[in-house]
Design a protein around this ligand. Sequence first.
Ligand SMILES: [Zn+2]
Length: 169
Amino acid sequence: MTTDIQSNLEAKNGAYAAEFTKGHLPLPPGKEYLVVTCMDARIDTAAAFGIDLGDAHVIRNAGGSSRDALRSILISEQLLGTQEIVLIKHTGCGMLTFTNEDAHALVQKNLGPAAAAEIATLDFLPFPELDQAVRDDVLFLQKQNTIPESIAVSGWVYSVETGRVRRVV
Ligand SMILES: [Zn+2]
């Protein structure tokens, strides 16, 4: 069975690959930086943040969490040479809309006690205030012994309403 999603992938990729000319790019990001941002479907990271193919690592997760991204950040820096971190959260983020208690209760209700027990200690990393969450995440990164002071870290908010970024820290 092939779903519509799978059919779309095959069709659009066929067209993409037919025009593809960037097979020569090296593994390490050419501009030696990484972006941490949210998985939100409304963020076109390449177009909105000026990232050409091969320029940067883009690490995406729910909320653009630096804690959640730490494993990938360390691989990016230690194995692949990135020297700068750009953290970008966004307006209208789903992480502003619930608490850890809400999420755990939802899992319990929808999936039952075994599922709830399995993730009993999981922090969903929601945040109640956007700019503060950006500052907290930047501070978290700056405090890590695994991230040297030579690594520049900045924090931003992207507006899904206007397409603009605004620097927070
Ligand atoms: Zn989000």
